[in-house]
Design a protein around this ligand. Structure first.
Ligand SMILES: NC(=O)c1ccc[n+]([C@@H]2O[C@H](COP(=O)([O-])OP(=O)(O)OC[C@H]3O[C@@H](n4cnc5c(N)ncnc54)[C@H](O)[C@@H]3O)[C@@H](O)[C@H]2O)c1
Length: 478
């Protein structure tokens, strides 16, 4: 059952008579209307009146309206103003630029800006690699979207996508100290997006593609990777794949199975499913059977795009055909990144013993997790109100921290796998159980472990900048 949560949280400014029971009457009214009170502050008090700010969580915008009505209908009570606390945190945006250097006097100005800055510009012109050391390129990532696949909202355009991209930038900073900046493009044309990212790339040490709809996202990423000397990472693909592989590693520990013996069904072969399948294939499972809206993906299926045809060529060894209900029979693992409520308990019961079920469609999973739990040994979802939340925040901050630290020019599948192993290993062997296969997103060890793993592989594979590659001033002179 849904519970009131902070996503629909209001603060009501209320004028009420200062009777002995006033506070109790207000809180009772909110409680009876189903709201959950989170704060009660008196902001003004006089002989005939008290003014309070009462904050409460609700189920929805409509429910918040009902709570407000319930309070306003109390005798002598006036609701003067209602603030939606989610909108309040968005006023004026969620991120800002701050200066790292003092600008107190003419001396400071001469160094940070003209004339001093000209020498730094010349140094970079002479040795372009110095941009990674002497500019924000060293620590800055562009979060690039065209606004075509935003959350579950679909194609809402670049301006409406901005709150999500700002949130992403805030997470980059909070979890990994990365300076990320939203770049919301007013085009959905593949060529225009590629060309624009190419043109802005000099400023950035990495490109995080975000919420760009499949299948365009595949070509955009592939071509940008080919033309840029900085890593390009589509989080909806690879961030998801990293966390799924991490979670599966620990889920299989719980059930004592080896991935090489597992038959895995992946429902959804869009941005997420495609990347998950590709990364899982690196771990040589016994088989993967992919299913999309048109049923099981198999060689020879009509109407497949090149991407789907490639998946068909690498999966489904027995050339199975049919529906998701056929595919799941006898499977060890189900991974859903597709659509809500497409499975029932009977489907999970038909899986192999000790089944692992990741039902990740948001906001409503492929199967009610409580129903899945009756038949599966381990269940994970994308939801924050259920154990084992598969959340990309576990991956992307540390991945880019590692790439920036290594001054990497590329990102490889081995880096993604190393990131997945690092996330999984944050859960110690004596901690791992059916309700704890991934660490908390607030565990500070996660992004550090992921960054170290990604940076290590970048160095091992020769994708990192060699140490001491800079001209001009020594690194210790800063
Ligand atoms: N961390 C997470 O929890 C996480 C991460 C990424 C995506 N997701 C969720 O996964 C879903 C897919 O995301 P995406 O970005 O890959 O979307 P997408 O639009 O790129 O792909 C959707 C895929 O699902 C398939 N599909 C649609 N209806 C289906 C059905 N009834 N049965 C089987 N397949 C069906 C489509 O054919 C397509 O292959 C979304 O609900 C998204 O919220 C969750």
């Amino acid at each position: 059952m849904a519970m009131p949560g902070p996503g629909y949280s209001i603060t009501m400014r209320i004028a009420a008579p200062p009777s002995a029971t006033a506070a109790g009457d207000l809180t009772t009214a909110v409680g009876k209307a189903g709201g959950v009170i989170t704060a009660f502050d008196v902001v003004e008090s006089a002989a005939g009146l008290m003014v309070v700010d009462l904050s409460a969580n609700a189920l929805s915008a409509d429910h918040a309206g009902l709570i407000t009505e319930a309070v306003g209908s109390l005798p002598g009570v006036e609701v003067r103003k209602v603030s939606d606390r989610t909108f309040l945190v968005h006023l004026g945006g969620k991120i800002e630029v701050t200066s790292k250097v003092p600008l107190r006097n003419r001396d400071d100005l001469s160094r940070a800006y003209t004339p001093g800055v000209a020498r730094v510009c010349r140094a970079i012109a002479d040795n372009p690699d110095d941009a990674r050391r002497l500019t924000i390129k060293r620590n800055t990532v562009a979060v690039v979207t065209d606004g075509t696949a935003v959350l579950g909202l679909g194609n809402i355009g670049p301006a409406a996508a901005l709150p999500v991209m700002e949130g992403k930038a805030a997470l980059f900073k909070k979890f990994a100290g990365v300076d990320a900046w939203p770049v919301c493009l007013d085009t959905t044309d593949t060529e225009e997006i590629i060309r624009t990212v190419q043109l802005i790339a000099p400023v950035y040490g990495g490109i995080n593609l975000e919420d760009i709809a499949a299948p365009r996202c595949f070509e955009i990423e592939r071509r940008l990777r080919g033309m840029l000397d900085i890593p390009v990472f589509h989080d909806d693909q690879h961030g998801t794949a990293i966390v799924v592989v991490a979670a599966l590693r620990n889920a299989l520990r719980v059930v004592g199975k080896d991935i090489t013996n597992c038959r895995i069904v992946v429902s959804g072969v869009g941005a997420a499913g495609n990347a998950i399948i590709r990364l899982l294939l690196k771990q040589t499972p016994a088989d993967i059977v992919a299913v999309d809206i048109n049923g099981i993906v198999h060689r020879g299926r009509e109407g497949m795009d090149p991407n789907l045809a490639e998946v068909a060529g690498k999966t489904n060894k027995d050339a199975q055909t049919g529906t998701i209900h056929d595919a799941i029979v006898g499977a060890d693992v189900f991974i859903g990144v597709s659509a809500p409520n497409i499975l029932t308990g009977a489907d999970i019961r038909a899986m192999n013993s000790d089944a692992v079920v990741f039902a990740l469609a948001n906001p409503d999973p492929e199967i009610d997790p409580l129903e899945a739990q009756q038949y599966a040994a381990v269940v994970a979802t994308g939801r924050s109100d259920f154990p084992n939340q598969i959340n990309n925040v576990l991956a992307f901050p540390g991945v880019f921290r590692g790439l920036l630290d290594a001054q990497a020019h590329n990102i490889t599948d081995d880096m993604l796998l190393a990131a997945a192993a690092a996330i999984a290993d944050v859960v110690a062997p004596d901690q791992v159980n059916a309700s704890y296969i991934v660490p908390s997103v607030f565990d500070a060890k996660v992004s550090k472990a992921v960054a170290a793993a990604v940076s290590r592989v970048a160095h091992e594979q020769g994708h990192a900048a060699p140490a001491a590659s800079f001209s001009s001033v020594g690194e210790d002179d800063d």
